[in-house]
Design a protein around this ligand. Sequence first.
Ligand code: SAM
Length: 288
Amino acid sequence: MSNETDNIESWTSTATNQVRDEIAAQPLEVNEKNRLWWETLPMTYEDWGKEERDPVNLEDFERVDRHYFGTNPYLQQVWPELCQGAKVLEVGCGAGSAACRFGSQGMIVQAVDITAKAVELTKRHAEVSGISSVQALQCDAEDLSPLTDGSFDYLYSWGVMHHSAHPERCFAQACRKLKPGGRGLIMVYHRNSARFWLKGLYWLILKGRFLKGETFESVQRHFTDGFYQKHYSRESLTKAMEDSGYVVEAVKVTHMSSRMIPFIPEGLRQWLKERIGWLIVAHVRRDA
Ligand SMILES: C[S@@+](CC[C@H](N)C(=O)[O-])C[C@H]1O[C@@H](n2cnc3c(N)ncnc32)[C@H](O)[C@@H]1O
């Protein structure tokens, strides 16, 4: 069994729901709610309910890296293809695992994140790892105007833009930053996934949320991270990418917990994972 599954069921907890409810009650701009959620619960791959969640030293960051890459076999598989050109833009850097991996492989990295916390963690990650080619900037991906248009060889965004209030703005903004012909990878959540439908059904029927007028879309928030979490099908993601100015080179589906559909042979789980997995990845290019 792949260890990609280990972190999935613990994605949500009472802590995440409490934070969401508290933020929902505040009169904030829409993307402020997104920012505040991640400022409160940064992506450090620790239990959401744990008190001390921030990595501090090299050992802590190495643990984050092991989790990041260990739970994402897809990334390990495609990583060599991602190191294209000299300059990479990472949108939504979290604790900086990918930024530092790119940096350690000789790329100049501009990482951005909507939270001050992620910027601080990414800078610390690079510093304790002795990597000097990673720059981190607090910036909303819906407005990347601080960065120069057409200046990046590669764009990387893993599990970020679907959490923004207007993901399509993030897609389009990031496309403008690529050099003509530059490539990228954008991962978001998959709508036609076992997780979306099975967990959605559980929450709607067994937890009775349909009685409160909830839908498959709206119940996702009870068991999925972030304040917002938009899900895309292959078709809707392809269209969103094309509308944002990309040429779509491939769309891949990956990541499925063994707990989602238990008691099936590993071969069948792998087959299902590529069809009804939770993560959908667009490999894109800006037209030359
Ligand atoms: C699920 S975490 C993923 C972090 C990292 N990519 C990883 O996989 O560990 C989502 C990240 O996206 C950031 N984020 C959400 N909306 C954003 C936006 N509009 N602009 C920039 N960053 C954003 C959050 O602050 C958070 O760090």
